[in-house]
Design a protein around this ligand. Structure first.
Ligand code: SF4
Length: 383
């Protein structure tokens, strides 16, 4: 696994742990980030875990994004999407525009709408809640995966309501699950530099804990490749693993590669594909209790996402339409892939494509209609 002898024994120990299904420690994770550990060897170990959980399957869905506003009270220095209230690029969608997006999604066969956006200075909680109600009422078959922990935290702030009450109201309106955004890097040494005012780690984790207690599935993320170091990444993964031990409510972990263009961190060089693959593999190995690890092709690029399917990832996200957040930050990927394209890139990577819904049930399509079948992919077995 390594070229130099001083750490060879430690690497052998790690391999033994993974092969026998034992949990890796923080020190193990740090070592795996060391360049002394060959990337291909690391990838093979992560692939072992992926294969144990999911065999040869790789998942995708047919989805769309909705960013109802880009106006945001916060100024996270990694964000190229936000706008000030009076900026020319600032927008807020009307109900008609939102409904038109819902119709477009349903007509395109989407099973999921991913909804996140800015924290608008002037829009009240009822606008955000009403948006969920509006979409769910008009398009009940569309799963609404909406509002990051940061947005839920903002709703707490502007209403004085508890997280539990907010989530209960959102569920009653039609919320289906929470996306994993807003986690960035939990450690305060980093968080205070890149997004000091928004929800801290404890708040983000508490929101997801409450969501899990209410029966919602959620995702989790980590934004890497900016001012953090390996220790901050491992600390982040361990905090997620710890909550997952408690609740089992995370479905998918998505490592998000930072795109520096058009941000206040534009001087930083984007993480290399090698770093992307290393982070994918380390994440798969450390998060032994999270069922899925996603290679988000929008951020990684299609080629790296394909390779990532052999470095621990079992999911490649969806066809995606109307993605703004990472394209505003310079992502060069297409704005949409067709179903044929996404299936082909999975097959080219040597995997068997499976269309899933948001809750990882197999989607069956017949004659222009779709329904969901059995749950696919492994559960939460520790490996
Ligand atoms: S990352 Fe989210 S919270 Fe931060 S500035 Fe951008 S839109 Fe606002």
């Amino acid at each position: 696994m390594i070229s130099s002898s001083p750490t060879r024994r430690r690497c052998d120990e790690i391999r033994d742990k993974v092969e026998s299904g034992r949990r890796l420690s923080a020190d193990d994770g740090l070592l795996l980030y060391s360049p002394e550990v060959h990337l291909n060897d690391l990838g093979a170990l992560a692939n072992l875990v992926r294969e144990r959980k999911h065999g040869n399957l790789a998942f995708y869905n047919i989805n769309t994004h909705l960013n109802p506003t880009n106006v945001c009270v916060y100024r996270c220095i990694f964000c190229a999407f936000r706008s000030d209230l009076r900026d020319e690029k600032g927008y807020r969608m009307s109900d008609e525009q939102i409904l038109a997006r819902g119709q477009e999604a349903v007509d395109a066969g989407c099973t999921e709408m991913h909804i996140v956006g800015g924290l608008h200075h002037k829009m009240e909680y009822d606008w955000y809640l009403g948006l969920i109600r509006l979409l769910h009422h008009a398009f009940p078959s569309l799963h609404l995966k909406a509002w990051t922990g940061v947005e839920i935290n903002w709703f707490e702030h502007i209403t004085g309501k508890s997280v539990r009450t907010i989530l209960e109201e959102m569920i009653e309106a039609g919320l289906g699950s929470l996306p994993g955004g807003g986690a960035e890097i939990f450690h305060p040494e980093v968080r205070n530099k890149i997004c000091e005012h928004k929800a801290d780690a404890e708040s983000w984790l508490e929101i997801h804990r409450t969501a899990h207690q209410l029966g919602l599935k959620t995702n989790c993320t980590m934004l890497y490749g900016h001012v953090e170091n390996a220790w901050h990444r491992i600390d982040h993964l361990l905090r997620l693993r710890s909550l997952q031990d408690e609740t089992g409510g995370f479905q998918t972990f998505i490592p998000l590669a930072f795109h520096p263009a058009n941000t206040k961190l534009a001087h930083i060089k984007k993480a290399s594909s090698l770093m992307d693959l290393r982070t994918m593999a380390v994440s798969r190995l450390m998060l032994d209790n999270v069922p899925h690890v996603k290679a988000y092709w929008i951020m990684l690029g299609v080629g790296t996402a394909q390779v990532a399917l052999s470095y621990g990832a079992d999911d490649i996200d969806g066809t995606v339409r109307h993605e703004l957040i990472y394209h505003d930050a310079g992502a060069q990927t297409p704005e949409i892939l067709s179903v044929e394209q996404i299936r082909r890139l999975i097959v080219e990577a040597g995997r068997e494509p499976v269309e899933r819904d948001t809750l990882y049930r197999r989607v069956v399509r017949e004659g222009g209609r779709w329904s969901v079948g059995e749950k696919v992919g492994a559960g939460v077995q520790v490996s």
